[in-house]
Design a protein around this ligand. Structure first.
Ligand code: NCD
Length: 480
């Protein structure tokens, strides 16, 4: 009997990894650091192994990169493997109009694993749908950058031993920074308290904020100890997975002051992501020695995914709290660990099974051809790219919320919630009965089979134009 092929494992989001797998990556990275250390610099890999001597990594970069691409390639060379690189879309077939879906299907024959960076949110997920080899997301638009988060957490862990009960301030462009989005999910999952310090108008996107609260059990707590939890935008996020916090949650009178007053363990600084904004300049906080002089930051490690522009003063580089160059150096052992685990190169049996993934809530998926019904409304989603959308679908997780009962749609590619912040009035059409009902409530509890016979339209007018009639006897459809 032939064995069923193991499904290809991709790392597109930090949430594609379980906490245990993240710990495993750290153990393997630590092993490489010990085995292959540079004698003079404790966090620098100075020697190589031949673990991946028969493997090839492809780097497929559609956006500028220094650290991510070079540390991936250095990691592969230190593992004894080889690299092939496409780092300039202007000199690859992308310049001739070739789609990502076609490119990845070709590259998959030339390499064993691929790391991809792309300016569009959700591009890495689309690439994974067409790839027979493992895809690693090296940053897709403003969506996620999971391997940067692995470096960030590993660095933090090396300084603070445990991630639990840590308080981490995140500063700058929280909206446009993909590093922040992967990082906050991971912080929440490891039980840290998150203290957002956004630049004006650059708060965490609504869908990230919602997931922190609904999926990762974060509580929003006002920074003003006098206020009760909830409501405040200026907030600490508290992860509910910590027993001492769990016991606090049911008590609305609780004094959250201890969290507000707790010293900050790390300040994570990000640059203004000017490539994701129409304005080239905006008011932006500068983190310098004066800012970090505040007593609450006296023991805070200062982190930055780099590159730095002006948001973090260079005079701070010699301060004992500055750990950003170490963070960048860890790109090599972390990526060595990730590549070697994904390619199952370790002899140790417990390291050979790197399958599974984070237990995502099992949301049903609605999928229809890209030219039918509702599209993702994120203009930077890969499904909005004229060259790529033919290869994608209108694909959404159907997310149910029971209080009050309502359904929401989250794009499978960019993971943004559709219609968020608008008064969109979707309608659900039944392709068997040729009727439609207003609102998404009829999707609640729908089976995968039922979802196959559904088309969602952004308006009643579009459902009518597509030949559907308002459902009789159901809730009366609103006039459009
Ligand atoms: C980050 C990125 O590309 O998102 N860089 C990196 O990979 N270290 C951060 C940034 O560009 O600001």
């Amino acid at each position: 009997m032939t064995k069923a092929p193991t499904p290809t494992r991709h790392i597109i989001s930090i949430n594609d990894l379980t906490n245990k797998e993240i710990e495993t990556i750290f153990e393997v990275a630590q092993g490489f650091l010990q085995e292959l250390a540079d004698e003079n610099v404790p966090y620098r890999i100075g020697r190589s192994t031949d673990l991946a001597s028969k493997s090839i990594l492809a780097s497929l970069f559609y956006e500028p990169s220094t650290r991510t691409r070079l540390s991936f390639e250095s990691a592969m060379l230190r593992l004894g493997g080889a690299n092939i690189t496409s780092a300039d879309p202007a000199v690859s077939s992308a310049a001739k109009g070739e789609s990502l879906a076609d490119t990845i299907r070709v590259i998959a024959n030339y390499a064993d694993i691929v790391v991809i960076r792309h300016p569009r949110d959700g591009a890495a997920r689309l690439a994974a749908e067409y790839s027979q080899i493992p895809v690693i997301n090296g940053g897709d638009g403003a969506h996620e950058h999971p391997t940067q988060t692995l470096c960030d957490l590993f660095t933090l862990k090396s300084k603070k031993k445990s991630l639990k009960n840590m308080k981490v301030a995140i500063s700058g462009d929280l909206k446009g920074s993909r590093t922040i989005h992967s990082f906050v999910y991971a912080l929440a999952r490891f039980g840290a308290t998150i203290d957002p310090l956004p630049a004006p108008g650059m708060e965490l996107p609504a869908h990230v904020d919602r997931r922190l609260r609904e999926e990762f059990h974060c509580r929003m707590v006002s920074k003003d100890p006098g206020q009760l939890p909830g409501g405040a935008i200026d907030a600490l996020y508290v992860t509910a997975d910590q027993p001492h916090q769990l016991s606090l949650i049911p008590d609305p009178e609780i004094d959250y002051g201890f969290l507000v007053q707790k010293k900050t363990d790390a300040v994570y600084v990000t640059r203004f992501q000017k490539e994701r904004w129409t304005e080239k300049e905006r008011p932006y906080p500068k983190i310098d020695a004066k800012f970090l002089d505040e007593a609450k930051y006296s023991e805070a490690s200062v982190m930055h995914p780099l590159p730095r522009v002006n948001e973090l003063d260079i005079s701070f580089d010699s301060d004992r709290r500055a750990i950003y160059f170490q963070q960048a150096a860890y790109g090599v052992p972390i990526r060595m660990a990730l590549i070697s685990l994904m390619l199952q190169l370790h002899k140790n049996k417990s390291l050979q099974k790197f399958a599974g993934g984070f237990a995502r809530p099992d949301h049903p998926v609605y999928a229809q051809p890209i030219d039918t019904g509702l599209h993702c409304d994120n203009p930077n989603c890969i499904t909005a790219d004229p060259a790529e959308r033919r290869y994608a679908a209108n694909k959404f997780y159907v997310i149910e919320d029971n209080s009050p009962r309502r359904c929401m749609l989250r794009c499978v590619y960019c993971e943004k919630d559709v219609g968020e912040g608008t008064d969109a009035q979707f309608v659900v059409a039944d392709t068997t009965r040729k009727t439609f009902s207003p609102g998404l409530a009829t999707l609640a509890g729908a089976s995968a089979d039922k979802l196959k016979h559904v088309v969602i339209y952004p308006t009643e007018a579009e459902a009518l134009a597509a030949g559907f009639a308002p459902r009789e006897g159901g809730k009366k459809a609103r006039a459009s």
